[in-house]
Design a binder for this molecule. Structure first.
Ligand SMILES: [Zn+2]
Length: 161
């Protein structure tokens, strides 16, 4: 009886270990700040509309809000050799940003992290940036003008790069 119960115990702990191991690789392992999570979702939806699959259980792009140094960018994508990466957005900037501004910087960083894009400071006749991948927000070669009217075409431009 004692032997049987210890066999059970070993079997159960073994099963438990299998469960733990198999949970690796799920989306839950990818840590994303809860305020940033909806923008990952929108990005996934916008990608899907354009025939691109964004699966963050594969991409493993994490998201954090932190205090970035004043002289640095408002957002950054850090990529690691294991294929994972993380997006860090400046917390004070995030606090004062509108929904569209948050989406813009999130899509810009996902442009780096997921689409492997560099910067593009091209502008139209008005001087407005023609790409979400412009190098600086509100003070570069072109003017950031991301609004409800041009949002859709700018997202299309991003995914067609
Ligand atoms: Zn950038």
């Amino acid at each position: 009886m004692k032997l049987l119960s210890s066999i059970f115990r070993i079997t159960f702990s073994f099963l438990f270990m299998i469960l733990l191991v198999s949970s690796c690789g799920s989306e839950e392992d990818v840590e994303i700040n809860e305020e940033m999570a909806p923008y990952f979702e929108t990005f996934k939806e916008e990608a899907a509309k354009r025939g691109i699959i964004f699966d963050n259980s594969i991409e493993k792009i994490e998201g954090f809000l932190e205090f970035l140094p004043k002289e640095s960018n408002l957002g950054v994508c850090k990529s690691y050799t294991d294929g994972s990466s993380e997006i860090i957005i400046d917390k004070p900037y995030w606090r004062v940003s509108t929904n569209l501004q948050r989406e813009h910087i999130m899509f810009h960083e996902l442009g780096h992290c997921f689409l492997n894009l560099g910067h593009d400071d091209s502008k139209d006749d008005n001087g407005d940036c023609v790409s979400i991948m412009a190098s600086t927000i509100g003070g570069g070669d072109c003017l950031t003008n991301y609004n409800q009217f041009n949002r859709d075409s700018l997202i299309t431009e991003l995914f067609s790069k």
